[in-house]
Design a protein around this ligand. Sequence first.
Ligand SMILES: Nc1ncnc2c1ncn2[C@@H]1O[C@H](COP(=O)(O)OP(=O)(O)OP(=O)(O)O)[C@@H](O)[C@H]1O
Length: 445
Amino acid sequence: MAAVSEIQSRCVIWFGHPLAAERAALAAAGWQVRSVDPLNAQAVGLRARDQLVGMIDLRQIPAAALVSVQAWIQQHDHLPLLAALPGGIASPPPSWQPLLDACPHRYVMPQDLAGLVDHLQRDQPDTTRVADSPAQRLIGDSPALLATRAALFKFAPVDLPVLVTGETGTGKELAAHALHAMSARAAHPFMAVNCGAIPANLVQSELFGHERGAFTGAAQRRLGLFESANGGTVFLDEVGDLPLDAQTSLLRVLQEGTIERVGSSQPLRVDVRVLAATHVDLEQAVAQGRFRRDLFYRLNVLRLAMPALRERSGDVLVLAEHFLRQFRARHQGRARGFSSCARQAMQRFDWPGNVRELLNRVQRAAIVADGELIEPADLDLVATLPAAARALLQDAREQVERELLLQALREHEFNVSACARHMQVSRVTVYRLCRKHQVELPALR
Ligand SMILES: Nc1ncnc2c1ncn2[C@@H]1O[C@H](COP(=O)(O)OP(=O)(O)OP(=O)(O)O)[C@@H](O)[C@H]1O
């Protein structure tokens, strides 16, 4: 593969040792953490091309290290500095004052971890702000998704294949987009193809192109996906469905960086990064002889496993709110939020179709909901509620139906025809509802 320009990394020089959760949250926001022994501050060298921020962790700095950290700060006075303070101290000891004076932004940690991450994402004097990073399009803040986002930041700048695995709808294509958009190839094409959707006899020609007259119907020379993506990224979705001859051609791209159009024996150089995705177990396909072992090893250099939604139930509501907000920004609808029953139903559901299914159910619910709050029935998730909650919901619905009926009857002086017109139902339905809710019309008139 051709060399591509290196991407600047973002690094927090942390004097002390961050907690695991602090390190994970920063990694998910695209910041590596370099932990430095404060007693040995003078030994720290900096890579000029990286974007750097210093963090003085005053929870851990021994008194003996204050002077050496201070000296280091003075030598690196161009570096933005932050301070982590312990919780529950009324006033900091005077010996910290020189360090605090150097740190305009201070965070009580770990309580204010979100504030720190927000600061790093928004307030850095950087042209490519992390808050705008494509990795942030993967919504969710569960530990599993934080790890996925951290892996995206790590893998994106490395010009090697990535194998993205995970069930359908977990965001494999979204992740592939993010990998491309955060790579040095971002200004070049991103071409995605679902290998399982191309008829077997056309795969070679789709991927690698063909010469005029290569086969019946090939009236013109045609560029394939790899040539069209030159300089950029090819995303092969469902790579396990590639026929064996196309697997051999793909191996040549990865090993030699060349392709051959169908009908030509002239190798052509292409410069592409290959990202592949599969929801089937490729190791098993290799064991069964359906997938080339050497190709598997080539594709599986970096592996990104997208977690199923049921493994990160904490993300369900965050995603649902996000999809509803997105929907409301584009369409009109009464629904502004989710009832507590709907939230409960979403959290109990198994989500076999993962995020795609959640997106579809929320969009549908936003259209069909009559009230301001989306209910389990709008999401078609009533069956997931426990029996007691289902019964409560049924009771509530019956009560609302009875109230609406009585109100319509009163407004029309118990005239069934007028009431039916108002409710846009037949007279028979009004009589049926009266029987169901034990409304005695003669007694009320
Ligand atoms: N974490 C996420 N945050 C926001 N949207 C997401 C997230 N994960 C997935 N989506 C959305 O869910 C839908 C399905 O995602 P995507 O197509 O990337 O899944 P996939 O794993 O490639 O599915 P398949 O295997 O069926 O091709 C898309 O609309 C995508 O934008």
